[in-house]
Design a protein around this ligand. Structure first.
Ligand code: KIV
Ligand code: ZN
Length: 509
């Protein structure tokens, strides 16, 4: 029997650190339900001291997960962080506190400005403090990938002796090469006394595009937990992608002496869900979950695959949930069918919310005839965006064409309840409408990205617009909007991004 490797998902913590990928608590709960369906071992639900929203997410996900997964909360090696994390985790059946400190020369000298001995002292104190609240304490040695081997051994020995049950060895800057990172893990295995009684975890960033290779090299050399995210979301170039590392193990169980308990058939669904909620689109050629991951275009390849699938395909697409038969709802589908399908997609609603969604669904089905899963996800997300909105769209009308000057007439409901109508013109219809929105929501911002994608196929498909705006302080906010009319989607997306920016400003005021 091969070793069981624990899958630690950090989409809701490190993944959320991707610029523009912030999520509210309801969105995090939807993703957490999907993580449970994937059967992950650990959900890192947030960094409770960082914001009331993170605290609430950890609390609610703790209730949701029950016995089905360990729920983990991040802290710095600071007592106050740990006390707040323990409080957020108090309803978790299987709570874990994840505390840690920098260990590389760069972090010690330039960031923390303390000696190695002082860092060890703080780390030990933090682990002991966390052990007062929970039995399961995970320690992270930040920037371990660039640390001195013997100092790392000294640090890990100290935290193991202090009671850590998991030691996380991150390549925080994605600097390492796979062989070297593997040697580092092996060095710990060979030199830390009692390491066989704790779990070694790897947490690798993708700055050189090697996060998956690094994690697998760690596993080959003794790691028993991989930290990863759906679609590889995360700081800068992201983290190890769960779908890649799990399929890597599934393809090479003997070489790696490893298996996981992940329900891989959920991968495509999980990827779509996370992309739709965060607004981070998945590149078409992304391994496992990209739109082209199982597409064969050259004649030679097509010929081979038609003769025998594995001539050019190492994974059966069904194993990751690709190409499964779609349930299509229509205007004739009843309330129960909608509820059932939404539950299968991970959404649970009370009857009032379900009634509202059913009405929106019927409107869509009237226009579109066939309603796919992607349409439903879009519909649900659209309702969520609207229900939490400070400003909302009442109507938008455009006149444009050749040789007209594109002009927008826009009516919006403001946060004080006032309804305002404004007009503006621009170089194109989207420019005109965005200028009109700026008249109503007067907040400095820079539109740094605008993209439009069709949600499903066909001329009547919903068009989903994603925008990113940069606030004056450099923070990036993503907005999404979906509608059959892309001017409406564009308007909704921009208003959604500005609503997020404003909510943050209000929360931090
Ligand atoms: O990259 C990193 O080092 C981290 C730690 C907090 C685990 O995200
Ligand atoms: Zn990280």
């Amino acid at each position: 029997m091969t070793r069981k490797i624990d899958i630690f998902d950090t989409t809701l913590r490190d993944g959320e650190q991707s610029p523009g990928a912030s999520m509210n608590t309801e969105e995090k709960l939807v993703i957490a339900r999907e993580l449970l369906r994937l059967n992950v071992d650990v959900i890192e639900a947030g960094f409770p001291i960082s914001s009331p929203g993170d605290f609430e997410s950890v609390r609610r996900i703790s209730e949701l997960a029950g016995d089905d997964a360990v729920v983990c909360a991040l802290t710095r090696a600071i007592e106050k962080d740990i006390v707040v994390a323990a409080d957020a985790l108090k309803f978790a059946k299987r709570p874990r506190i994840h505390t840690g400190i920098g260990v590389s020369e760069s972090h010690l000298r330039d960031k923390l400005r303390i000696s190695g001995d002082e860092a060890i002292e703080r780390a030990v104190k933090a682990v002991k403090c966390a052990r007062n609240y929970v039995d399961d304490v995970q320690f992270y040695a930040e920037d371990a990938g660039r640390s001195d081997y013997d100092f790392l051994v000294k640090m890990i020995q100290a935290v193991v002796d202090a009671g850590a049950s998991v030691v996380n060895i991150p390549d925080t800057t994605g600097y390492s090469l796979p062989d070297e990172f593997g040697r580092r893990i092996k060095y710990l295995v060979d030199n830390v006394k009692g390491i066989e009684n704790v779990t070694i975890a790897v947490h690798c960033h993708n700055d050189l595009g090697m996060a998956t290779a690094l994690a697998l090299s760690g596993v080959k050399n003794g790691a028993r937990q991989i930290e990863c995210t759906i679609n590889g979301l995360g700081e800068r170039a992201g983290n190890t992608a769960m779908e890649e590392v799990v399929m890597g193990i599934k393809m090479h169980p003997e070489d790696l002496d490893a298996h996981t308990d992940i329900n891989t058939r959920e991968f495509i669904k999980a990827s779509r869900l996370v992309s739709s909620i965060t607004g981070m689109n998945v590149q078409a050629n992304k391994a496992i979950v990209g739109a082209n991951a199982f597409a064969h275009s050259s004649g030679i390849h097509q010929d081979g695959v038609l003769k025998k699938r594995d001539t050019y395909e190492i994974i059966d697409p069904a194993e990751v949930g690709a190409g499964q038969s779609q349930i299509v709802l229509t205007a004739r589908s009843g309330h129960a069918a909608l509820k059932h399908r939404l539950e299968e997609l991970g959404y649970e609603f009370d009857s009032e919310k379900l009634d509202q969604l059913y009405e929106a669904f019927l409107n869509l089905a009237d226009k579109k005839k066939e309603v796919y899963d992607e349409d439903l996800e879009s519909l649900v997300n659209e309702r969520d965006r609207e229900s939490n909105a400070l400003y909302s769209l009442e109507s938008v009308q455009i006149s444009c064409g050749f040789p007209l000057k594109p002009t927008a007439t826009l009516t919006m409901r403001c946060m004080d309840g006032e309804v305002r109508t404004v007009c503006d013109w621009g170089t194109g219809p989207v420019d005109a409408v965005y200028k009109a929105v700026n008249q109503v929501i007067d907040i400095e911002n820079d539109l740094s990205e605008y993209s439009v994608q069709s949600v499903t196929r066909g001329i009547d498909a919903l068009g989903e617009v994603t925008v990113r705006v940069k606030a004056e302080d450099g923070r990036v906010y993503t907005g999404r909007g979906a509608d059959g009319d892309i001017i409406v989607s564009s308007t909704k997306a921009y208003i959604n991004a500005l609503n997020r920016l404003l909510s943050d400003n209000i929360a931090s005021a």
